[in-house]
Design a protein around this ligand. Structure first.
Ligand code: ATP
Ligand code: MG
Length: 323
């Protein structure tokens, strides 16, 4: 018998930089594998975007993080807590905005937040302070005493964020926070998430199927399709992976015929030259822009356009999601 068995009591992780960690996290519904051996590690201060199309398993993952549904197999730790065994501890440190924000329609915004404060056993004076701060922060101070029934969808989402802030969480989990908002409201909400992450020293996980929207604020994204994380990293890293070390250059020069193509093809590092709508597309394994410029200039030709093409998030999205 080893005396190490004493260590089995659930104590928070002392490794303070990892905030959320899953290992081979799996959830099955009958024959369906909604989340398939997910390995996720989110560090302090990150805004991590869990990106994937409808039905990818984003909400299921979030429910497991929050201790609201049990994993079929694998493990989760949130600030060192195990949501299966310590759901109350997890809920205390995590601010959670569910997919469908539930508020009491007949109560005012302030009363709804007071209800949350009561559930979290905040002392009254402190609760009042935090509620006022949160309402101010999300721009609802002016309508704080109106019943929520009169609120638009965007106002409800902002109230949901205020609700998350009242608890003064260390971690925030937002399930599709921008869904159903108009573009301006999306931008405002994203700015708010960014600002509060910095000001309150938070770590954020947000899910979305709208990559274009979240790329602006996410430090890292994971592309999640059919329960599997198929790529993870910064937008730049994903773009690089996608390009496979290959660069794509747009070239427009006069004269623009076969002669130009032959010159381009002879440059070391150039793999192919193809016609695009307006440009020649040059694929190369190294930085060949100076050679291209020199080759064209030295023949007395005119170079009008020479640019490296970036993979935008849209291309990343389509590429990964189509596979
Ligand atoms: N309680 C449940 N019982 C059975 N199947 C479920 C249950 N919840 C989710 N699923 C299935 O699990 C898969 C993942 O669903 P989930 O809600 O996690 O996806 P999502 O990525 O959040 O999608 P969306 O973008 O539409 O919110 C889907 O195929 C869904 O039908
Ligand atoms: Mg969902």
């Amino acid at each position: 018998m080893s005396n190490q068995s004493k260590q089995s009591s659930p104590t928070p992780n002392t490794d303070t930089t990892t905030i959320i960690e899953t290992r081979d996290l799996t959830k099955r519904y009958g024959n369906l594998v909604a989340v398939d051996q997910l390995n996720l590690r989110i560090e302090q201060g990150e805004i991590f975007g869990l990106l994937g199309p409808n039905g990818a398993g984003k909400t299921t993952t979030i429910l497991m993080l929050m201790g609201l549904t049990e994993p079929t197999s694998g493990t989760v730790r949130v600030l060192g807590y195990d949501p299966v065994r310590q759901p109350i501890e997890v809920k205390r440190v995590v601010g959670y905005l569910p997919e469908h924000v539930a508020m009491y329609d007949d109560l005012s915004a302030r009363e709804n937040l007071q209800y949350t404060a009561d559930l979290n056993a905040l002392p009254l004076a402190e609760a009042k302070r935090r509620i006022a701060y949160a309402l101010e922060r999300v721009g609802l101070a002016d309508v704080a005493d109106r019943p929520v029934r009169e609120f638009s969808h965007g106002m409800r989402q902002r109230l949901g964020i205020a609700d998350v802030l009242v608890k003064k969480p260390r971690v925030v989990v937002l399930d599709e926070p921008t869904l159903g908002l108009d573009p301006e409201a999306v931008n405002q909400l994203l700015d708010l998430i960014l600002a509060m992450t910095r000001e309150e020293n938070l770590t954020v996980l947000l899910s979305s199927h709208q990559l274009q929207q979240v790329q602006r604020i996410c430090t890292r994204v994971g592309i999640f399709v059919k329960g599997k994380m198929i790529a993870q990293g910064t937008i730049a890293q994903l773009a690089e992976q996608l390009a496979g070390g290959m660069r794509t250059l747009e070239v427009y020069a006069e004269p623009r015929g076969e002669e130009l193509v032959n010159v381009l093809k002879q440059i070391k590092g150039v793999v192919s030259v193809e016609q695009d709508t307006a440009y020649w597309l040059v694929r190369a394994t190294s930085e060949v822009r100076p050679e291209i410029a020199r080759a064209i200039a030295s023949r007395g030709w005119s170079l009008y356009h020479l640019r490296e093409r970036d993979y935008g998030l849209e291309e990343i999205y389509l590429k990964y999601f189509q596979n």
